[in-house]
Design a protein around this ligand. Structure first.
Ligand code: 13P
Length: 344
């Protein structure tokens, strides 16, 4: 394992004022996102859609890395450059989603296990050759009656640790993502308990597998009440409980923490991250790795006219990227939304 290279990559992924664009939607997720705005989910439309973000002028001002889908890492941008090369030229680190999605966990109805360890060593070597320098694996933890079970937390944490070890062996920084879902009507306290147990187990398993933490990134979900809970969580409480949870479970020598948006609103995701960074110094940089919260306004604009709306869609994306870049250093204010270049 080349610890110095891993550490340098991980550090660059969370450099001040920048974050990660998650552009690794699976074909079924892309299908749903495109259907929601009436765009046919063809391979060419997916390529054009990815070009919109990855080839946006000055995207490197706010984005340090991009998580690519296996399809995209092998495609070319509109100017003929391979997408990972285009990113490298801009100083953006190409990443790759390497899990194979979730299946029902045996004997535990309602819970999921992420698959993809078989053949992973060889796939990682291939992605490294294509230019990837980090890799993401998403585990899913559901809150509900009697859930999450320790069986689900343990199985997923173990898989995350094994994937992380293989990544580091192959020269890729693992972006370890145990997502506690926001779906449901659970309370803030339930979210805190589930997230704490998940993170503790994940880092225990990573220690058992000798994962090198200064060369690893955690992609976390925020501690927040369920989407349909009666009492929603204010940004101040999201910040307080998320940071408390991280401090209780995440070793100090980890390179950084980035958050997923998980179905939160675009501005809500920005405001919550900003409040965390306003709380003061944490052992790790806290930044973003959003898909929907960065892409949604752009997708809606682009969908109205795929050929003519590339430029306004890019403006919308770059605006959200800029706001989140400010939130990553606690310098965002919701009054800044007045200056945004789009209306939906
Ligand atoms: P969202 O920000 O849309 O939750 O996506 C992030 C991600 O990469 C989920 O795996």
């Amino acid at each position: 394992m080349d610890k110095n290279a891993l550490k340098a990559t991980a550090k660059a992924m969370v450099s001040a004022g920048k974050g990660i664009l998650a552009a690794d939607e699976s074909s079924s997720t892309s299908e749903k996102r495109f259907a929601s705005v009436g765009v046919p989910c063809t391979e060419e439309n997916r390529r054009q859609y990815r070009d919109l973000f990855l080839a946006a002028p000055n995207v490197e001002k706010y984005i340090s890395g991009v998580i690519l889908h296996e399809e995209t890492i092998k495609q070319n941008a509109n100017d003929g450059t391979a997408f990972p090369v285009l990113l490298q030229k801009k100083g953006i680190i190409p990443g790759i989603k390497v899990d194979k999605g979730t299946k029902d966990l045996g004997l535990h109805p309602g819970e999921k296990i992420t698959e993809g360890l078989d053949g992973l060593r060889e796939r990682l070597q291939e992605f490294y050759k294509l230019g990837a320098r980090f890799a993401k694996w998403r585990a899913v933890i559901t809150i509900g009656k009697g859930m999450p079970t320790m069986a689900c937390i343990h199985a997923n944490a173990h898989a995350l640790a094994r994937y992380a070890a293989l990544c580091q062996e192959a020269g890729l920084v693992p972006m370890v993502e145990p997502e506690v879902l926001i779906d449901g009507d659970h309370t803030l306290e339930q979210s805190y308990k589930a997230t704490l147990a998940t993170l503790k187990k994940t880092f225990e398993e990573m220690a058992d597998q000798d994962v090198y933490l200064p060369g690893a990134i955690l992609k976390a979900s925020m501690v927040i009440a369920g989407k349909s809970a009666k009492k929603q969580t204010s940004p101040k409480d999201v910040a307080k409980w998320t940071v408390k949870c991280l401090k209780a479970a995440v070793p100090k020598d980890l390179a950084g923490v980035v958050f997923l948006s998980g179905g939160q609103g675009d501005e809500q995701s920005t405001a919550n991250l900003n409040e965390m960074n306003k709380l003061g110094k944490t052992p790790w940089p806290l930044s973003f790795s959003y898909a929907r919260a960065l892409q949604n306004p752009a997708l809606k604009i682009w969908a109205k006219d795929l050929a003519k709306n590339v430029s306004p869609a890019r403006d919308a994306f770059l605006f959200r990227a800029k706001m989140n870049g400010l939130a990553a250093v606690g310098k965002y204010a919701d009054s800044m939304e007045k200056g945004r270049p789009y209306s939906l």
